[in-house]
Design a protein around this ligand. Structure first.
Ligand code: DX5
Ligand code: ZN
Length: 230
């Protein structure tokens, strides 16, 4: 499987001190920064958009900005995020697909993937807990990452859904090299379940930001992924 990446979710940070908090996470061993974008429509919460990503990029020229778009119209924001300096753009499959066997819907998904890549960003497809993993398989050859939500998206600090994480195994069986990201309720006590089924990119918000020793939490998450890969 591809290398382990730990991606602290800045949703759990102090938004008034975003650059310092992001820098602190990178100094504690974070590989990526997970940026949760919510439009108050796809999910019942409102967070941040491209202007904040642009400021982050200005302050952190080399950081990998892993943007998770929880928005109803993911196509609309591609140019703004590309210009702002997003590294990876993950959109929710549910915005474009409510029928996994529809060729018309699959065409829309394909063209959004192409648009994101042509804009110079890496591309990921995110799936909510009730969306079948099988729906993403046909897109795998064009994807950099699959994001498996292990909570209903919208808020940090929710409980890890153990019964959902098995979807990672379906994706991992179909691809040895795609990044598989898990997001929602990950901590040193839930990581083993995700690492065991092939997840290699770990998002954690409350577990990392809520700790006095974020470097220890990041280290414990990484160790679990690396032990399972060995
Ligand atoms: C949920 C977000 C997550 C969230 C994770 O909608 O996509 O990235 O911030 O937070 P924790 O790790 O606290 O569940
Ligand atoms: Zn997220």
């Amino acid at each position: 499987r591809p290398a382990c990446k730990i991606s602290p979710s800045i949703l759990s940070s102090d938004f008034a001190r975003l650059a310092e908090e992001s820098q602190r996470m990178l100094a504690c061993g974070a590989d990526w920064l997970h940026v949760d974008v919510m439009d108050g429509h796809f999910v019942p919460n409102l967070t941040l958009g491209a202007p904040i990503v642009k400021s982050l990029r200005k302050n952190l020229p080399d950081a990998f900005l892993d943007c998770h778009l929880m928005v109803s119209n993911p196509k609309q924001w591609v140019p703004d995020f590309a210009k702002a300096g997003a590294s990876l753009y993950s959109f929710h499959l549910e915005c474009l697909m409510d029928d996994g066997s529809s060729e018309d819907q699959a065409k829309e998904v394909d063209s959004l993937i192409d648009l994101i890549k042509e804009s110079g960003m890496k591309v990921g497809i995110a799936i909510k807990p009730k969306t079948p993993a099988e729906w993403v398989l046909r897109f795998l050859p064009k994807l950099d990452m699959v994001l498996v939500l292990t909570v209903e998206p919208g808020f940090g600090g929710q409980k890890f859904m153990q019964d959902v994480v098995g979807k990672c195994a379906v994706v991992r069986a179909a691809s040895k090299d795609v990044d598989i990201q898990v997001d929602g309720g990950l901590s040193p006590s839930t990581i083993d379940a995700a690492a065991a089924v092939g997840a290699n990119v770990i998002v954690a918000g409350s577990a990392i930001f809520g700790s006095d020793k974020p470097q220890d939490v990041i280290g414990a998450l990484r160790k679990s992924v690396e032990d399972h890969a060995a």
